[in-house]
Write a protein that binds this ligand. Structure first.
Ligand code: MN
Length: 233
């Protein structure tokens, strides 16, 4: 029996529909997990059932995280938010952490997890943290555009065994203040926290870059998915 990974659905406002990028599914699948897309629900009992059914959880990319989560008012650079993702994912995160089941966050995933656990975000990097580092690349998205420096002896450093990692980058929000329960694992040249983990849990890793776009060509991206599935056991 394969381990089941609950994948947070992407939301398309125009089509009023859930959707999915194949990379999230295929990244989990090629690492040996069986990915299933969650339905949208904010019902505690239903989420309880879904969390019990799954062995791990993937928090995907997508809309901006609502600044309400970290008690800020929206700035001009904030783009679209998705209230129902914020509220559903908050319940999933809480229940998955209670059950101590492995969690991987990607892009919006690191931002959402950080905000939900009491951290804050840059609502818009270009206006709040301008730098020479390219964080919002154009296609093809499996192409590295900046380095991250590994925090020595962090779980990611131990897993990948490199001090610097070239990564792709497609985000305009980022971690500002890291949540008290998270520790940094990698930092961009302009000082943004691009990977974090929770120390006292089996596995909660989150990265700001996109292994789901690069796992086909990049061994380090595959190693991140592999570490997630291995943690599920
Ligand atoms: Mn970046």
């Amino acid at each position: 029996m394969k381990r089941i990974v609950g994948v947070m659905p992407l939301w398309d406002d125009e089509k009023d529909s859930i959707w999915m990028l194949p990379g999230y599914m295929d990244g989990v699948h090629q690492a040996g997990g069986l990915p299933v897309i969650f339905p949208f629900t904010e019902d505690e009992q239903e989420i309880d059932q879904l969390v019990r059914m799954c062995d791990g959880f993937l928090f995907t990319g997508g809309q901006d995280v609502s600044p309400e989560l970290y008690h800020e008012t929206p700035l001009e650079g904030l783009v679209t938010t998705c209230g129902k993702r914020d509220s559903m994912e908050g319940i999933v995160l809480e229940k998955a952490l209670d059950a101590d089941k492995p969690i991987l966050g990607i892009c919006r995933g690191i931002q959402f997890i950080n905000a939900a656990l009491g951290g804050t975000l840059y609502q818009d990097i270009p206006s709040q943290h301008p730098s020479e580092t390219e964080h919002h690349q154009h296609a093809p998205y499996d192409r590295p555009v900046h380095d991250v420096m590994m925090i020595k002896d962090s779980p990611l450093h131990k897993c990948l065994k490199v001090d610097h990692l070239p990564v792709n980058s497609y985000h305009h929000q980022a971690v500002k203040k890291l949540a008290p329960s998270l520790k940094p694992m990698a930092v961009s040249p302009d000082g943004l926290i691009e990977a974090a983990f929770m120390e006292d849990k089996r596995y909660l890793w989150a990265v700001q870059w996109h292994p789901e776009f690069s796992f086909r060509t990049d061994a380090y991206s595959r190693m991140i998915f592999a570490s997630f599935i291995k943690a599920i056991g």
